[in-house]
Ligand binder design. Sequence first.
Ligand code: NAD
Ligand code: GLY
Length: 359
Amino acid sequence: MRTIQVNLSRNNYKIQIGSGLLSQVGNTLIAMGFRGKAVIITNPTVRALYGEILLSEIRKAGFETVILEVPDGEEYKSLEWAGRLYNQLHDFQTERMTPVLALGGGVIGDLAGFVAATFMRGLPLLQLPTTLLAQVDSSIGGKVAVNHGKLKNTVGTFYQPQIVIADNSVLKTLPGEEIANGMAEIIKYGIIRDQGLFEIIEKNLDNLSAQNESLLEELIARCAAIKAEVVEKDETDLGPRNILNLGHTIGHAIETASDFQIEHGKGVAVGIIAAGKISRNMGILSQPDLERMGKVISEAGLPVRINGLKIADILQAMQHDKKKAGGKVRFVLPKKIGDVFISDEVTVLQVERVLEELI
Ligand code: NAD
Ligand code: GLY
């Protein structure tokens, strides 16, 4: 098992990465000082694969436990489903120290995290991410949220988990498409901070499968370490943490404009290409680095362009970006592979020009 520490001003926690960790969660809860009740929030897909194993392990450790299910899909990351979960937590007579275990991908992590943050003004949260994307990104750093209408992640808060337990053996059941979605965030980390990581991805493009446990463990650990370091510097995303949003300004807008039919990883992939092209058009990113980015993204099974959306809808969705400051949309742009800069000066015209090539 690898352990990465996240040290924040108000709380510290561990990210554990390793094979078989889910079967130890009962003991982990005891070691963390929990007793009595525990709540698992998951979806039917993940429940069928890992819910019952987790439930029996936690019961064996002496906990009275319930599994709360949310249907599978981004559209259920909503206030309506948060409300349903509040009712079920009330029915279970949840107490303020009852831990909430978020078992699933980023959708479950964000929704269960939001519910844990708000029910009874905060229940202890354990993130048990089961997708590659959630293990490298969404389970770490405390961003929890629901979508509101067409607005992505608009209602939320920062609420750190007490531990992140990333059991990489569960990735074996992940469809190839979801491995690709996780790769979008891993490629992002390489571009923003870690040229060496980017080179590992380039060298292993033929081995990027859910069965390659040791490669995935290495990638997860490197990304988690970068995320921990960035979040430690800027927990509430007012400055340095913005770099984690490479590809997300246009990526989120693509997700929104597609009514969430295009998944987060795919939106981010096209968003990274768009950011690369904007930087290239400014004369900053080199053509060879832009081409390397495009090659890695497409060979990881991700799109480098998207058909069927209207540019006007994407521009409209971008106006709701949470990084907007003083009326200007903030962009993270690659300088070179391994380094980025932040710009508030990208014009609508510059964005339109690249979207015309990509949409
Ligand atoms: P997801 O949660 O929808 O999971 C993808 C699919 O994989 C689902 O169908 C799920 O049921 C299935 N699945 C999960 N684990 C599985 C397993 N081990 N085996 C087989 N199938 C499995 O999608 P995601 O890509 O994990 O997360 C996307 C969400 O994360 C978006 O809502 C995005 O906004 C959010 N996000 C949040 C942050 C953050 O910092 N909070 C960062 C990035 C993304
Ligand atoms: N996924 C972006 C962040 O956590 O800040």
